[in-house]
Design a protein around this ligand. Structure first.
Ligand code: GLN
Length: 265
């Protein structure tokens, strides 16, 4: 009887240690410490980039392709991971939802780090400093600086930091899917001003005679970064490595110049 009990205990100990060992070796095999996102990227051999390709020089359409600074960065991320890059071009305000519902794996969209967004996504390191600028009609004597925006009709791209900035000045905001549409309404006199990031603003003004940029900015500086799902810490790390390399070798600066110039021809 005693011996049977001992054997039983031994069998039990063996069984338990087998289970524990089994679990550990499973983890070592690379399953448990890789994020779900990274696992899917490796399994499918592709990574999905979400953007709104109406934000030059960071992203714009050229035929059926999306080009620009963010497209270059996205391509480097895919290259580093050794997978294909697929792009999904959508409305800017839908990007966070698309990320968290797994339609895309990362956002690269001239996307500003912002406290409210930080609660919903995991930002990478930054790669560009931007600022909100004010576009008005040439010869506008009423709006000379940010303080003159008080109570005015302001056009913005929906859900952007330009939109949030406009809220500080007025309740009369007209929201568009992209800044170019807003600028057309400004030209036609339906808006008093448009608030948008500085580089797209410069491009709009250079392509639309009759529109000018004010010297005074509408807000403090902001920083662009890529964003991944909260759980994808390993993907964030890879993207941070890519950003560090591209900053160090001057690539980002060069692309900003290249895409700004090529679009102004
Ligand atoms: N930088 C702005 C933001 O993050 C605008 C970006 C964009 O329109 N693509 O809200």
């Amino acid at each position: 009887m005693k011996i049977t009990k001992r054997i039983l205990a031994l069998v039990l100990i063996l069984a338990v240690s087998f289970v524990i060992y089994g679990c550990q070796s499973d983890g070592d095999a690379g399953g448990s410490d890789m994020s779900e996102t990274m696992k899917r990227i490796k399994d499918t051999g592709k990574i999905i980039w979400g953007t709104n390709a109406e934000f030059p020089p960071f992203e714009l359409r050229s035929g059926d392709k999306v080009i620009g600074v963010d497209a270059e960065i996205a391509a480097k991320v895919a290259e580093k991971l050794g997978v294909e890059l697929e792009v999904v071009d959508m409305e800017f305000k839908g990007l966070i939802n698309a990320l968290n519902s797994k339609q895309i794996d990362f956002i690269a969209a001239g996307f500003t780090i912002e406290p409210d967004r930080e609660e919903q996504v995991l930002f990478t390191d930054t790669y560009f400093r931007a600022v909100q600028t004010i576009i008005v009609q040439e010869g506008n004597t009423e709006i000379k600086g940010a303080a003159d925006l008080e109570g005015k009709t302001i056009g913005v791209q929906s859900g952007t930091t330009g939109d949030f900035t406009a809220e500080e000045y007025t309740e009369d905001i007209v929201r568009f899917n992209n800044a170019l549409e807003a600028s057309i309404d400004l030209k036609n006199g339906r808006l008093d001003a448009v608030i948008i990031d500085n580089l797209p603003a410069q491009m709009i003004v250079s392509e639309n005679p009759g529109l000018v940029l004010l010297d005074e900015k509408a807000a403090e500086d902001e920083e662009y970064a890529l964003a991944v799902r909260k759980e994808a810490v390993d993907l964030q790390k890879v993207i941070n490595e890519v950003i560090a390399e591209l900053k160090a070798d001057g690539s980002i600066e060069n692309w900003v110049e290249e895409y700004s110039l090529s679009l102004q021809d």
